[in-house]
Design a protein around this ligand. Sequence first.
Ligand code: F6P
Length: 327
Amino acid sequence: MKKIQKIAMMTSGGDSPGMNANIRAVVRSGIYHDVEVFGIKRGFDGLIDDEIEAMDLSSVSNIIQRGGTILKTARSKRFMDAAYRKIAFENLQKRGIDAMVVCGGNGSYTGAQILNQEHGIKVVGTPGTIDNDLFGTDFTIGYDTALNTVIEAVDKIRDTASSHNRMFFIEVMGRDAGFIALNSGIASGAEAIFIPEIKGDYQNFVERFEKNERDNKLFSIIIIAEGDESGGAFKVAEMFKEKYADLETRVSILGHIQRGGNPSCRDRVLASKLGAGAVEALLKGESNIAIGEINGKISHTPFEKAIKLQHNSISKEMLSLAKLLAM
Ligand code: F6P
């Protein structure tokens, strides 16, 4: 088997805190193993446009603590076209690049897999997204930081909620997954949590509200995942206001503050571990796999499985815990 000599790294899809730590780990472990490492700018779009640069130790110094991605990122429409994928491959081929690490989500894994199927280049993925919605890892890079950002914001909102006796409907990210909502909801002591994986959250909430109103329980923080069937925080507030016009309500959409900021310690360590793991996997001849961490150990999951299964299921225990603690 020919030894891998040149690896290219890209970040793709939505940025997430810890991507820089992942880039750093790929570059440094590559250099440690005598491999040349290249950085591809702007994900698959940059690959098509030939934005590829050699990286050395200095290109990744002083970045482990920074949010975003120094390589920049994009969601490429052009890469869905085989003609552009051929151009992308030729840009790798002309530099003699044998393998690629793609840090991103499901769409990025799919792009890497197609490039492998059509042109044979070795590819591995590392899970970079705040949503935690990838199969083949317990946690994705950026998720922990996003959770910490959310609870910091909710703690602040709670001060106003309790000072004014207001109800806040707070919308958090997660695309079509409820991991951010459920875990930040538990950690911030939310009185109700709406997630896409559970149907009828709004109805249950209204029933609980009516029952508890008599006992004077305060409902001040309601966390709503953006992908919830209710249609989001504005919609929920509107439905609620129609029924309880006398109550003071407010809506807060946390939005992209959840994607930015310095990565937490957990995300830096996870990103470092998975970056080094990606290089090692490629050097062992592996390809078409997602690198993750399951029960503290590095895991390799075939792209085919990771992409098809989409993501882990929401834990029943966590759902019960959220319910119990919000009584
Ligand atoms: O996947 C990360 C994420 O922030 C999701 O939580 C959200 O639905 C989406 O990206 C927003 O994407 P955009 O970059 O288009 O704002």
